[in-house]
Design a protein around this ligand. Structure first.
Ligand code: SAM
Ligand code: DTB
Ligand code: SF4
Length: 338
C-alpha cells in the first residue's frame, strides 16, 4: 500500500500511525503529501491572512515562549485595546494588498465582556469590508462564544501549541483541557476553528506526533491549522531553545497535510527565518496559507516584496476576494514591482 493510500484509508489517527509517517524517507513522505494536496486543493494557490495585535502585552498567562506574558521582562511596548478606526485602517490596507482574512489577536487570558463589545464592532467592520474575520482572544465562556458567532466571526484561533504531555512544561496558568473546552464551545457556537501549534518548544518528536494526533482527531478537524516555528524572545524561558531541524519542520507540514487533507495549513510564526527553498518545500508538502505583512503580533514577518518575489518565482498565486464575502477560486498575481 502506498503512503497516500495509507493516509486516505484512515478517519481516526493513532500515535503509531503518525509515528509511521514520520519514519518514512523524506522523499516518499513529501510525494504522498503532495498527492493528497493535489486531490483537495489548487497546489499553486496560497491564501493570504493579515494579523494585527489589538491589545498588546501584560498578559496574565505564563506561556514560556511569549513576548506578551506579564511574567517575563521582554522590553515589549504594551498597548491597551486599540481604537476601531486603527483596526479598520489596517484591514483596508490588508485587503488592498490581497489578504482575504483579517485576524485580530489580543493578549488576554480571556476577554472581559466590556472589551468583547468593542471587538464585536471590529469584527462587524472587518466583515463589512468583505474580508473573512478571525480573532484570538484567549479562553471563552459559552456565552462569549455564542456572542462572537452571532456577530458573524468566521474563525476563532485557539492553539493547542504542543502535546498534552509537554503542555505543563510550557504553560502552568491553564490546562490542555481548558484549551479543548474553548475549542468545543467555539465549534458548538458554529464558528470555524483555527488551531495549530509551535515547533521548537523543546518538545520531542513524540510530542509533535501527539499534537498532530490530537488535531486530526478533533471531530471535525480544524478548518485552519497554523504551524508556527518558535520565534525565540529574549527574556522568556525559551529564549535559548534549540532550533528545530528544517526537515523535521517540513515533515510536520507534510504529515499535517496527509492527516487533515482539507484543512488550510498556514506557515505562521518563524517564516522570517526560513530561506526560500525551505518555504518552497513547505508549499510542496501542503502548506497553502501565510500571514502576509511585515509584522505578526509583536515579531517580524518577511517583507511583502520578498513574498511577492517568491510567489512570482514559484508561479504561486493568491486566493482573491470578490466584492462579497465569498472567496473566489480565481487566480491573481501578487503585485510585484518590476
Ligand atoms: N492570547 C491568546 C492565546 O494565547 O490564545 C491569543 C494570542 S497568542 C499570541 C496566539 C498564538 O501565537 C499562541 O497560541 C502561539 O501559538 C503563538 N505564538 C506566540 N508567541 C510565539 C512565539 N514567540 N513563537 C511562535 N509562536 C508564538
Ligand atoms: C498563530 O498560530 N500564529 C499567529 C496567530 N496564530 C495568532 C501568532 C504568531 C505570533 C508570533 C509571535 C509574535 O509576533 O508575537
Ligand atoms: Fe498571553 Fe496568548 Fe502570549 Fe500566552 S500566548 S502569554 S495567552 S498572549
Amino acid at each position: 500500500m502506498s503512503l497516500f493510500q495509507f493516509a486516505s484509508n484512515r478517519v481516526t489517527w493513532e500515535t503509531a500511525d503518525i509515528d509511521y509517517l514520520f519514519q518514512q524517507p523524506f522523499n516518499d513522505l513529501l510525494f504522498a503529501a503532495h498527492q493528497m494536496h493535489r486531490v483537495h486543493h489548487d497546489v499553486n494557490q496560497i491564501q493570504l491572512s493579515r494579523l494585527l495585535s489589538i491589545k498588546t502585552g501584560a498578559c496574565p498567562e505564563d506561556c514560556k515562549y511569549c513576548s506578551q506574558s506579564g511574567h517575563y521582562n521582554t522590553n515589549l511596548e504594551k498597548e491597551k485595546l486599540i481604537a476601531i478606526e486603527k483596526v479598520l485602517e489596517s484591514a483596508k490596507a490588508a485587503k488592498e494588498q490581497g489578504a482575504t482574512r483579517f485576524c485580530m489577536g489580543a493578549a488576554w487570558r480571556s476577554p472581559q465582556d466590556r472589551d468583547l463589545s468593542v471587538v464585536i464592532k471590529m469584527i462587524r467592520g472587518v466583515k463589512a469590508l468583505g474580508l473573512e474575520s478571525c480573532a484570538t482572544l484567549g479562553m471563552l465562556s459559552n456565552e462569549q462564544a455564542q456572542t462572537l458567532a452571532a456577530a458573524g466571526l468566521d474563525y476563532y484561533n485557539h492553539n493547542l501549541d504542543t502535546s498534552a504531555e509537554h503542555y505543563a512544561s510550557i504553560i502552568t496558568t491553564r490546562s490542555y483541557e481548558d484549551r479543548l473546552e474553548t475549542l468545543r464551545l467555539v465549534r458548538d457556537a458554529g464558528m470555524k476553528i483555527c488551531c495549530g501549534g509551535i515547533l521548537g518548544l523543546g518538545e520531542s518528536r513524540f510530542d509533535r506526533i501527539r499534537l498532530l494526533e490530537q488535531l486530526a482527531n478533533l471531530n471535525p478537524y480544524p478548518e485552519s491549522v497554523p504551524i508556527n516555528q518558535l520565534v525565540p524572545i529574549p527574556g522568556t524561558p525559551l529564549e535559548n531553545a534549540p532550533p528545530v531541524d528544517v526537515f523535521e519542520f517540513i515533515r510536520t507540514v507534510a504529515i499535517a497535510r496527509l492527516i487533515m487533507p482539507k484543512a488550510v495549513l498556514r506557515l505562521s510564526a518563524g517564516r522570517e527565518t526560513f530561506d526560500d527553498a525551505a518555504q518552497a518545500l513547505c508549499f510542496f508538502a501542503g502548506a497553502n496559507s501565510i500571514f502576509f505583512g511585515e509584522q505578526l503580533l509583536t515579531t517580524d514577518n518577511p517583507a511583502t516584496d520578498r513574498d511577492a518575489h517568491l510567489f512570482q518565482r514559484l508561479g504561486l498565486t493568491s486566493v482573491v476576494l470578490e466584492s462579497s464575502n465569498s472567496i473566489q477560486n480565481t487566480k491573481y498575481d501578487l503585485a510585484y514591482p518590476a
